[in-house]
Design a protein. Sequence first.
Lengths: 380, 258
Amino acid sequence: MMDESEVMKIFEEVAGALLNPHIDQWKKQGKKVIGYNCSYFPEEIALAADMITFKIRGTGCTETSLADSFLGRTNCSFTRSSLENLLQGRYDFLDGAIFTYSCDHMCAAHNNWAAQGKLPLIENIIGVPHTQTEHGRKWIKEEFSKIKEKFEEHFDVKITDDKLREAITTSNETHSLQKRLYALRNKDQPPITGSQVLSVQVAESSMPRDEYNRQLKTLLEELENKDGVPEFSHRLMVSGSVIDDPAMLNIIEETGAMVVADAFCFGAGKALRDPIKEKDDPLDAIVEKYYSQIICPRMFDGYPERLSFMLDVAKQANVEGLVLQNIFNCDLHGIDNVMLETDFEENGIPVLILEREYNLLADAGRIRTRVQAFLEQIRR
Amino acid sequence: MIVAGCDVGSLSAEAVILNNESIVAYDIIRVRPRPEQSAEDVMGTALSKSGLSYDDIDFCVSTGYGRENIPFAQGNVSEISCHGKGAQWLIPSVRTIIDVGGQDCKAITVDENGDLVNFLMNDKCASGTGRFLEGVSKTLGISLEELAALSLKGEKELLITSVCSVFAETEALSLINEGETLSDVAAGISLAMAKRINSLVKRIGIKNDVCFTGGVAKNPGVVKAIEKILDVNVINLPEDPQIIGALGAALFARERAA
């Protein structure tokens, strides 16, 4: 589709596998990698302890025969695929893992990750309230403090306020770079495809952060001076359940459309967050980011904000259609998508609801047919 | 202008050759192991029936699950749009099309030009598809035609409750073992099919007129059950319902060639 830059290739390689040379190199220096499952994990605490924060993925999992012994078919295939990766030893490079209670599927997955006893700290789960209240804010701060203490104890490090502030600066830099990347997608002819953007986003949590920020800066300098893709049929937005596999967006883009916007957790859910504002207590600042800002239907009272965020993203990117996908049995996004469908269509943006399995091998043909028909429907 | 449409599905492949406003020839075959082979075989027979050759075709559009691998097609359109286009061309008043093919089942709504307004497809399940009927007829040891004929004779409304086609087959066998007649079981199967289709069509909303396309539309037992369950009058198509996808593709070929 377009010339591949060297730095883009790095991001694609990192997103295409779990383990990569950057992690290998990091581990050889005796440094640690901590796994986490969900956007509610306060990565600044691990960054302050000089770790790679690795967001758990299902990458590379083509079947879930081992995981199916532990999780039922009613659990979403993303949680089964990532558990399969654990059971197959593909997460042996992690020095520990912490889960947050994001949804019931993830909680069931956590029980099984913990029962395997393979990874330090996995017995901990961060309880995140489903509603925003003053009490909840205190609760989540306590949860974050406890996790900080566990880190200090297990890895024998001291996470000082100054280190937390440094980590906040680093993670703010990531967000501001990603924001620049997302702004490029709003152009009439974006210089980067949706599947490439996803590779960049996924790579964030699979590389040393400073290196990621440096490489992303290089990529942005290239892209900001590059011509965009001249020909594509439609500008699409994609949202819904977790997508960590750029191939998913590639299937959509193979129909001739371009994914110019998104609102799922690996994508805009990270990229378009506001930077963390400085507070006297850096932990308060971190709580603010995780408790008030994440656009996820696991928060029961967050629909109006989520809708308005998504409509803003859609309008800025001038999208002609929205693909609302959800992994089978992902009830949070399944229900959210029904409401979003109505509200987006009322705002004049056609919607395709797409149910799918996490593993794309079985689903590529089905997805392609539906997306193609959707484009034929909105072409008029 | 001579145009062609080729529909390579999961169980059967169809080709339609269109000369201006009339269907010159068509053919239907069981699919071969590879889509391009199915396409070449079915188009080959349609061409020989019409006395034409590939060179006479001004434009060809492919559709169906194999649509991306057809060497002689100049473009491809999804089978969803094609069924809508083909059915509305044959009966201009049609706005809702139920298509039940070998591996999926679709509810499609179109406008007065046959262009797609909305659609829904069942997801990854043989229940309510042609493959389900094939499985059941094999289990009962009768042909698809016999299953259809028997279904019309059924007097009781036997319940087949399973939504899974494999379990539904077992359920049909249990009913036979309990002494129910083949015709009542066959009628129960048609009813079960209609109920699966009903849930899809109700979600999209029925707009009259309604027609039924795809291989399963050739089963009068299922047509009767659909009319009953959906409480609609299914308009009879003047052509074989199995060629509507290919016909729609030919109509898109005509639009694109113009």
